[in-house]
Design a protein around this ligand. Sequence first.
Ligand code: 5GP
Length: 325
Amino acid sequence: MAEPGTSERNTAERSASENGTASLRPAPPEVDRAAASQAAVAARRARAAVKAAIARQELSPLTVLDRATAEPDGVEGRLRVTEFLLSVPAIGTTKMQDALRTLAISPAKRLGGLGRHQRLRLRDYLIDREAKAGRLKNHLVVLAGPTAVGKGTVSTYIRENYPDVLLSVSATTRAPRPGEVDGVNYYFVDDAEFDRMIAEGELLEYATVHNAYRYGTPRKPIERALEEGKSVLLEIDLQGARSVRAAMPEARLIFLLPPTWEELVRRLIGRGTEEPAEQQRRLETAKVELAAQDEFDHRVVNTDVADAAREVVDLMKIRAAPSRP
Ligand code: 5GP
């Protein structure tokens, strides 16, 4: 960032050395220079505070990386990747250099200047380290993606075939569809009950989806499952995925993609659960949602449900499903 006052000073010094009229040059604006150096000192101090907090394990490196991504010119974004890694407990110079080589990141980079792939590689590296050090209690994985991509089908397949995964059951204010069971597909609640859950802090996140009904993730069952060493899968919308990432930066975000846009349209219309106006609204939302796929750690294309489910579970790094006939 340009420091206010610097350009005036340089211009004044240049003109003084060029024509020897030092006494005629305008006086540098002292106030600006003082403010600039104060700002630089404050920025350095803020970066030092972030590094110290990482070193004391008060701040997760993942949180710092996420903040740097959200605000590349903020305090975290301006941290050099070398300084950042060196502040992580048990990473010394050799490990830091090895990591940068393996991750193909130049030591000159700042966190906010990393490319998407570099950022994702660095994130995976940090997650693996945190997991090995026992600092990640367990895996919380969020499966999101555009409407009708088959999130529900993939997560149902996982629930039925991978008993080690807890599939979170959301609360919703929408009415059950035929065949849906209260407590299995959703907790179907009215607005008053949903308000109560929010007020009592029972929801990890909640959102109004498709401008219609409210959906939220109950916090307790997730915390209990993670404490018991289970992996947890949340199948929620994009806003929910963002909220979970803010609340739990170690969560892994998976984006489920359709093989093609035409296939997505076909699936939405084919399932026939929405009126045409609602279908149209959901397709509009889907376009916006597809544009957000770069925010996610992993992408899985849902061509075949069993394959997509296996890929999601592999990304959770849990035991494989029992083989099926
Ligand atoms: P549906 O009404 O078709 O079952 O779900 C509509 C949308 O709500 C889907 O995109 C689904 O992922 C999302 N959704 C389901 N449960 C939750 C939740 O607990 N939180 C959030 N934010 N979205 C949810």
